[in-house]
Design a protein around this ligand. Structure first.
Ligand code: SF4
Length: 275
């Protein structure tokens, strides 16, 4: 692994080969995030990436690019990177990566289609919420309309993506409203899955400072459960979509495919509250 201090990857990629692409976060301004706060952003030089690949296992089938948002390297470099992966790992059928709405907006539909053909087959994107006021509060750097536009572009380019959302992020008294707005946003595009995270407040973040100043009050556990149920009730995908709350931060861990498992998942949450 490249000499990076912090490497984060989704739990679904626990057994995937990691390939260093970027270090840290090129944005680093989300109010709730402390992941790369002390890390200077940089791109991993191509000779270093090539060295990793040369020593990689030729029959590797999947690769995860490390860094908060490797798509921020732009089209030309991403194309070069994918070609390099194909050269050294000819059996790799899927290159996965974190991405942001901001970075995807820099790619045209045609460019994304080319990257898809070169092996870019899965993105994990932090949508967080479907409310503009909350996106602004957390300084996410995109709006709901921008999120919808970029998500639809990915659908058109046939690049599957997982939409990560955070429940509890709208604060006390706002959970149900946030869930309805978030479901409404997601219903306008077709993610491969919705991955939920439960709001966790880290010391030193802007969100933590907001709480200290009394500017933000996190919702109770009960309210957060209502938020998950409301989200499930309002999600109406027209293509099969995984609903996944198994990330360690979640209060209740369930997983299923919508729309088929909707009632089962809601019943499962309700039965655990009563139990
Ligand atoms: S949430 Fe993602 S984009 Fe925002 S600061 Fe953290 S790593 Fe960067």
């Amino acid at each position: 692994m490249y000499k990076s201090a912090n490497v984060f990857y989704p739990q679904d990629e626990m057994t995937t080969a990691l390939l260093p692409a970027t270090i840290g976060c090129s944005y680093n301004k989300c109010a709730f995030c402390s992941m790369y706060k002390d890390e200077k952003y940089c791109e991993v030089p191509f000779p270093d990436i090539e060295m990793e690949l040369k020593h990689g296992f030729k029959y590797t089938e999947k690769v995860f690019l490390t860094g908060a948002d490797p798509m921020s390297i732009g089209y030309d470099k991403m194309k070069r990177l994918l070609k390099m992966i194909r050269k050294y790992l000819p059996y790799c059928a899927c290159v996965a990566s974190y991405a942001s709405i901001r970075s995807i907006s820099k790619f045209s539909l045609e460019e994304l289609s080319i990257l898809h053909n070169l092996g870019l087959r899965l993105l994990y994107i932090g949508f967080e919420t479907g409310r503009d006021d909350i996106l602004k509060l957390i300084n996410k750097g995109h709006t709901v309309n921008e999120a919808i536009e970029q998500a639809r572009k990915l659908n058109e380019a046939k690049i599957p993506f997982n939409a990560i959302i955070i429940y509890g992020i709208a604060g006390k008294g706002q959970s149900a409203d946030n869930a309805v707005a978030t479901a409404k946003m997601i219903n306008t595009f077709a993610p491969r899955s919705v991955i939920t995270m439960n709001l966790t407040v880290f010391t030193g973040t802007e969100l933590h400072k907001m709480i200290e100043r009394g500017y933000f009050i996190p919702p109770s556990g009960g309210e957060r459960i209502v938020e998950i149920i409301t989200l499930l009730e309002n999600l109406e995908p027209n293509r099969a979509m995984i609903f996944d709350t198994t990330h360690p931060t979640n209060i209740i861990k369930i997983k299923g495919t919508l729309p088929y498992d909707k009632e089962r998942l809601i019943d499962e949450i309700r039965s655990r509250i009563i139990a």
